[in-house]
Design a protein around this ligand. Structure first.
Ligand code: 4NP
Length: 155
């Protein structure tokens, strides 16, 4: 399975979702390809936000090696599931879809944890450390839910 995590800047939410999933793929020895991207190009080439890099280490996950890139139409061909962090990201990805097959790949990530609720991962960019930690813990839970929903880990 090939999974792409997408947010706006690809420096806060999606690199952390990417980091958690890579971490668990290693931990549980799963066969999965994982990456992340942003719908915007503001931060292309940059490392994840320094607050996310620092706080992720408190949870045992390093995202230091990731670099921001922009989502492209080619990602519809490369990935099986494209997880959007919020509805705005989802809308922007769907605008780039070429056909129904592309559209079917796009999902809101938090629907893994809270099915059919269409909840959004809050953007911590203008927030404080507590906001970043809340996002990290939410993404940890959503990643576990995704793996359980696909019967890749036990409850
Ligand atoms: P992200 O957070 O989408 O979770 O990476 C943001 C990062 C940067 C900006 C907005 C959100 N920005 O406006 O530069």
């Amino acid at each position: 399975m090939r999974i792409l995590m997408v947010c706006l800047g690809n420096i806060c939410r999606s690199p952390m979702a990417d980091g958690w999933l890579r971490h668990k793929v290693k931990q549980y020895n799963l066969s999965m390809e994982v990456d992340s991207a942003g719908t915007a190009n503001y931060h292309v080439g940059e490392k994840p936000d320094h607050r996310m890099r620092r706080l992720s280490l408190e949870y045992g996950v390093s995202i230091d090696e990731l670099r921001a890139r922009q989502f492209t139409v080619a990602d519809f061909d490369k990935y099986d599931i494209i997880f959007a962090m919020d509805k705005s990201n989802e809308k922007n990805i769907l605008h780039l879809a070429r056909n129904e097959q592309d559209k079917e790949k796009v999902r809101l990530f938090l629907n893994e944890l809270y099915p059919n609720q269409d909840m959004e991962v809050p953007d911590p960019y203008y927030g404080n450390d507590l906001n970043f930690k809340e996002v990290i813990e939410l993404l940890d839970q959503a990643t576990n839910a995704f793996l359980k929903n696909n019967r890749l880990i036990q409850n």
